[in-house]
Design a protein around this ligand. Sequence first.
Ligand code: CP
Length: 331
Amino acid sequence: MRHLLSTQDLSLANTIRILDTAEEMAAVGEREVKKLPALRGRTVVNLFFEDSTRTRISFEAAAKRLSADVINFSAKGSSVSKGESLKDTAQTLEAMSADAVVIRHWASGAPAQLATSGWIDAAVINAGDGTHEHPTQALLDAFTMRRHLARLNGTDSTGSNLSGLRVAIAGDVLHSRVARSNVWLLQTLGAEVTLVAPPTLLPVGVEHWPCAVSYDLDSVLESGVDAIMVLRVQAERMNASFFPSTREYSRRWGLDDARLARLDTLGMKDTIIMHPGPMNRGLEISSAAADSSRSTVLAQVRNGVSVRMAVLYLLLSGDLRDPVARLQSPS
Ligand code: CP
């Protein structure tokens, strides 16, 4: 693997390798030595055509903790406004010696285009493309769930999968690259996933995805879940026809105060609440749920740095090549 474009490209072995390496990176971060020399002399370009807080800052922190040089590019304020193409923009940045390009783009497929067109030689990492995929978000979510499971079982998370973990992913699945990447990765790791959404916010063909689908959040919660991942309502990507009224959405599909309380009465004391951010508080999630002791929202952000360190390190060191390629050309 030269690029990270989709969680569908990740084998179980490579997924576990990334999560285990992220554990090692986290352990370094928790010690006094905050910086590793692993990518000294390498350059990582953050190429962002869409807004981001968590992903962009997290990739920057990850690259710097590995001693790489970082170039941050944001389409706003760049020559993209003068009509410069993706190809010319990427080649301009590669001329500054990029070894890895982390790209977020509003167009689904833009990272794959960059990786397969031959325009650049750098490793390409998808940091979220349109409504398609957000693989490093799914990896940090899996890392967070694996740590939670290990804590519950009193075991070490290293080497383990998510076999049997029951995960509900609730909300605007239609526009969610986070949901797509999670469904595939969680299936690879052996978790049982149920998508919960209004019918108008489910994509065509979802019945062929490797997960269950429901319109009824209450019945899914009553059946028992170990993690509830609440998705952001992506108002900027939809028109009124997609959307139940805000009030109805919140009442039927929101993780509100009443549903938060019901987790206790249903005896789900260890169920965690996840959200990739940014959150619409009061719409898909109440403040009480977002700030509760069950919430892993900030842990997800913290874990994102370790996971992105692992992805950058493994891609740039060649450790995610398939075993045959590794043996033919050991680095
Ligand atoms: N979760 C996520 O991708 O957040 P940002 O849009 O802030 O990067």
